[in-house]
Write a new protein. Structure first.
Length: 330
């Protein structure tokens, strides 16, 4: 079972690395200002009076510039939009006044300072300082699709005067999660997980040892909400709450005895995560479930058997599961 876990982790890491490497397929766009300076950017949107863009070194920050301040925009595919002609420099002249004045050698259009982007906030960074952070990646109206690998495992041992019981459980799952940002930094969404559970119970007394092995494929649907807290141009923390409904088909084996059972499980979870932005369209997300409440119903397929129901709570001292996602924003 451990070898299967390691293989899944290795495959997931290779897929993430390959997709992040080939995420961008075109060259940068170039802003040409009236003073003939240039800047490599990614143009996001062009309106009647403004151009919205992101800097290549800060892909999460959506900025804007007025067309009145631009000569032209040259796009990564070689096409361009021309808005104004650069003004020629004026010659230096002297006035008959006692103190001569010199006109500017580079004409600049009259403009008022542009207001800060609507999605900009100031968050404390480090100790004794703050940094302005743009939240364009997590702005209201945007959407995201995440592909992830979920791993979890528990091991418990109970002892009394006669018996020692050890229970080991390992879970692995592949998930897809869709999110929509209903407002800045807040998303709601839903997803689907296909998984597999392996469980081993061992009971030992002074005279005997009994061992039960269980395996179960599973399918689960999930609803989740996230609240993001950007702390740098490429990094954001987030908290999440989720509800999941899962169905598992167990197969038991104890010595020569085999049995089957069906499990329905309802889980409520609270957790936290970290999103690292590779560029304006991709991020790698890591999150962990910190607090969970689970309701289980298990029923053997043997005729006449009754369903067993139990409720369990996982405290903050134990991390029941963690997930690694590759997320695409659009």
């Amino acid at each position: 079972m451990k070898q299967v876990f390691y293989q899944f982790i290795l495959i997931g890491c290779l897929l993430i690395s390959a997709q992040a490497l080939f995420a961008q397929t075109t060259g940068p766009d170039v802003l040409h200002r009236l003073d003939r300076t240039t800047q490599n950017v990614r143009v996001k949107e062009i309106t009647e009076v403004e151009v919205f863009y992101t800097d290549l070194n800060a892909p999460a920050a959506i900025r804007k510039i007025r067309k009145a301040e631009l000569w032209k925009v040259v796009f990564g595919d070689g096409t361009s939009d021309v808005y104004n002609e650069p003004k020629v420099a004026k010659p230096v002249t002297e006035t008959p006044f006692p103190k001569p004045t010199v006109t500017s050698t580079s004409a600049r259009p009259n403009s008022t300072p542009a207001p800060p982007p609507a999605n900009r906030v100031s968050q404390p960074i480090g100790v004794g300082g703050s940094q302005s952070v743009d939240l364009g990646t997590f702005a209201a109206g945007r959407r995201a699709l995440s592909y992830g690998l979920t791993l979890s495992g528990t091991s418990t041992t109970n002892k009394n005067s006669r018996t020692t019981t050890t229970n080991t459980t390992n879970n692995i799952g592949l998930s897809a999660l869709y999110q929509k940002f209903t407002r800045d930094n807040v998303s709601i969404g839903g997803g689907l997980t296909l998984g597999f559970t392996g469980e081993k119970n061992k009971s030992t007394t002074a005279a005997t040892t009994a061992e039960t092995v269980e395996s179960a494929p599973s399918i689960a649907i999930m609803g989740q909400t996230r609240r993001y807290l950007p702390v740098a141009s490429h990094v954001a923390f987030y908290g999440f709450s989720s509800a999941e409904l899962a169905l598992r088909w167990y197969k038991y084996k104890s010595g020569s005895i085999e049995d089957k059972a069906t499990q329905q499980q309802l889980s409520l979870e609270l957790g936290a995560g970290l999103a690292y932005l590779l560029n304006e369209r991709w991020s790698i997300d890591f999150n962990a479930s910190l607090l969970g409440l689970t309701l289980n119903r298990v029923k053997d397929e043997e005729p006449g058997s009754k369903a067993a129901v139990d409720l369990s709570l996982t405290g903050a001292g134990v991390i029941p599961s963690f997930s690694l996602f590759l997320t695409r924003y659009f």
